[in-house]
Design a protein around this ligand. Structure first.
Ligand SMILES: *Cc1c(COP(=O)(O)O)cnc(C)c1O
Length: 221
């Protein structure tokens, strides 16, 4: 097992054809593996753990765009805000408020995606439909964050109909809140799709996929 550059090029070609951004999910993967993809041209990498991200950020090339894709605790926001490219998976207004506060301190505007709870599992984090509605219908004073779009994870199941309907649900919310004007720059982001379901996610309108095991081989922790 391990990294497979041919698969990377195949996936890249497929994604480029639909203008879909690839985030290579490198959690638990070695810096050496990341560098192999980097040398093949990949710049967007996704990490789930703050300490691991900090170490990799320190060691690896500075033109990597780091995406934080895991559940982020408020007390750790301050460590990643100085350099993170996109915080995906912002799952509460409280967290967003903290990201705003730390961004102000760092004199920057941090790009974020709101995570939407689409899967059936109770344990998955994110805004539900009502919370989204509440968020977007109220003025907020968060000037140091920029909500670029939405992110979601479908249920972990072989039931394709179910996954498809969850993606569709997320796409509908995305259209409602972000896609009114498709000429808006920078382009709104809909981050959905992983190794097992990214093809379906793209069919349902995703423009950013987060792929880990398909690129790096199974994670051994
Ligand atoms: C780990 C992870 C991925 C990648 O999963 P794979 O199945 O390995 O492609 C994508 N998104 C999130 C939020 C993850 O935690």
């Amino acid at each position: 097992m391990g990294i497979n550059i041919n698969i990377f090029h195949e996936i890249k070609k497929e994604l480029d054809a639909t203008k879909t951004t690839l985030v290579a999910v490198s959690k638990i993967q070695s810096e050496e593996s990341i560098l192999k993809l980097y040398d093949a041209g990949q710049r967007d990498f996704g990490e789930n753990y703050v300490q691991e991200l900090l170490t990799k950020y320190e060691h690896l090339p500075k033109d990597i765009n780091w995406h934080y894709i895991g559940h982020l605790q408020s007390n750790k926001v301050k460590y990643i805000v100085p350099f993170v490219s996109l915080i995906q998976g912002v799952d509460s207004e409280k967290l967003l408020t903290e990201i705003n506060k730390q961004s102000l301190k760092n004199d920057r505007i941090t790009d974020c995606l709101l995570q939407v709870h689409i899967a059936e599992e109770e344990t998955k984090f994110g805004f539900d439909k009502n919370e989204l509605e509440h968020f977007f219908s109220n003025e907020n004073n968060l000037k140091n964050v920029r909500i670029r779009g939405l992110m979601g994870m479908a249920s972990f199941t072989d039931d394709k109909t179910k996954v498809k309907s969850e993606f569709l649900q997320l796409k509908n919310s995305f259209d409602e809140y972000f896609n009114g004007n498709i000429s808006v720059e920078p382009k709104p982001i809909l981050s959905m799709g992983m190794s097992g379901d990214y093809k379906m996610a793209i069919e349902e309108g995703s423009n950013m996929v987060r792929i880990g095991s398909l690129l790096f081989g199974a994670r051994i922790s």
